[in-house]
Design a protein around this ligand. Structure first.
Ligand code: ZN
Length: 248
């Protein structure tokens, strides 16, 4: 079985379609929130996810797009993009986004956007934060899937000694990197489809093979210039368009 795990698509249909083409035949698509915000295609991205039967959770941008007060915490560019998104999206997009849960369980995996203790807001950026969240994984859940930082990375709890107090080991999700979990607990971040921030502009996602207990990070080039043009045409902030080419 192969599952494609996508996060932080951010209304970038061109990047999403490149990822889906790269993934090929999969047994499921799970998404970890921030479906909209920043990018020019919020309705089209939601339509695509509905059509392929993607399951998953909402992120802080999705909550803000549905009218939530999350927008109050956005920086000026993110806020301008969110105000545009609110005007642009259809009632049916709002309805679909509003129905997304903050967390969901699929087999041994729990899906959240930010972290397991703060599903919408916490950034898992250090071993300390990862450890505090690894111990919160519920009975039967071994793998925490999250996005929000836009960084492809994993924090793996060492099976050897130290128990819950040990610092997890960090695995960078370099393009094509495979992580054999071998029954260990881990937090895994696929990176961002629509707005990577690790210095590589290619769309980032993850393939999960449950029977092999293995995840593989993948990177996919897409037509960044076309997305930048579309963003400028609808009046989204130029700095948000510029950063796509840098992957920052
Ligand atoms: Zn995001």
């Amino acid at each position: 079985m192969r599952i494609a795990i996508l996060s932080d698509i951010h209304a970038n249909l061109t990047a999403l379609d490149a990822v889906l083409a790269d993934a090929g035949r999969v047994d499921g698509v799970w998404q970890l929130g921030d479906i909209v915000g920043y990018g020019p295609d919020p309705d089209a991205v939601v339509d695509r996810l509905r059509r392929i039967g993607a399951t998953g959770v909402r992120g802080n941008h999705d909550a803000a797009a549905c009218g939530g007060s999350e927008i109050d915490w956005f920086n000026p560019d993110a806020r301008r993009a969110m105000e545009w998104t609110r005007r642009a999206i259809s009632a049916s997009t709002v309805e679909w986004l509003s129905a997304l849960p903050d967390r969901s369980t699929e087999g041994v995996c729990e899906l959240v956007h930010g972290s397991h203790r703060e599903p919408l807001w916490e950034y898992v950026t250090s071993e300390e934060v990862a450890r505090a969240n690894l111990v919160l994984l519920e009975e039967g859940v071994r793998i925490g899937l999250h996005g929000h930082t836009h960084m492809p990375i994993a924090f793996v709890a060492d099976a050897e000694g130290g128990g819950d107090r040990a610092r997890p080991s960090v695995v960078r999700g370099h393009p094509g990197a495979t992580l054999e979990l071998q029954g260990r607990r881990a937090l895994v971040n696929p990176g961002s489809v629509g707005q990577p921030r690790d210095g590589d502009p290619d769309a980032s996602y993850l393939i999960w093979e449950p029977e092999l207990d293995r995840v593989t990070w993948r990177r996919v080039p897409y037509d960044v210039a076309a997305v930048q043009r579309a963003m400028r045409e609808v009046g989204l902030p130029g700095s948000l368009a510029a950063r796509l080419a840098l992957g920052l």
